[in-house]
Design a protein. Structure first.
Length: 130
C-alpha cells in the first residue's frame, strides 16, 4: 500500500486500471489482517472471551471453519456491551474433535490469546467436540 501511495505522489496522476486477480486477493488478504488485528486488540482489552466455531463445506466440498469471538466492550457512552466479532476463516482438513481442538488452540497461540481467559465455547453442529 505504501508503494502505491508513493507512486501516486510521484506521478501525481494515475490512470484507472483493474487489478489482477492475484493483486486483488493479496489486497483482500491484507485488509483481513488489519481487521483481525483490530478485533484481536479489542479482545485483549476486554481480557475475557468466548470462542464460537462453526464448520461447513464450501462450493468445492472442502470443509471450512469460522472463528467468532464474543466479549464485553466498554463503549464510548461508558456502558458495557456484548460484542460478537468474526475473526477468521480456516480450511479444516480433518473433522475429528482432537484435530479441531488443535486448530482452535493454534489460532489462540498465534494471536497471543490466553486459553485461561476463555470463559465459554460454542460449536454449531459440534457433536464431535462433546
Amino acid at each position: 500500500m505504501h508503494l502505491i501511495a508513493k507512486h501516486q505522489e510521484e506521478e501525481k496522476r494515475m490512470q484507472a486500471h483493474y487489478l489482477s486477480l492475484k493483486s486483488q486477493n493479496e489486497f483482500i488478504k491484507e485488509c483481513g489482517k488489519l481487521v483481525a488485528r483490530e478485533v484481536n486488540r479489542e479482545i485483549k482489552k476486554s481480557i475475557y472471551f468466548t470462542i464460537i466455531t462453526d464448520s461447513t463445506p464450501d462450493s468445492s466440498h472442502s470443509e471450512q471453519i469460522t472463528f467468532v469471538f464474543r466479549f464485553l466492550h466498554f463503549n464510548d457512552n461508558q456502558l458495557w456491551e456484548v460484542k460478537e466479532r468474526f475473526f477468521k476463516l480456516e480450511e479444516l482438513e480433518k473433522k475429528k474433535g482432537s484435530d479441531i481442538t488443535k486448530l482452535i488452540l493454534n489460532v489462540l497461540v498465534e494471536n497471543e490469546l490466553n486459553i485461561q481467559n476463555c470463559r465459554g465455547q460454542g460449536y454449531d453442529n459440534g457433536a464431535n467436540m462433546a
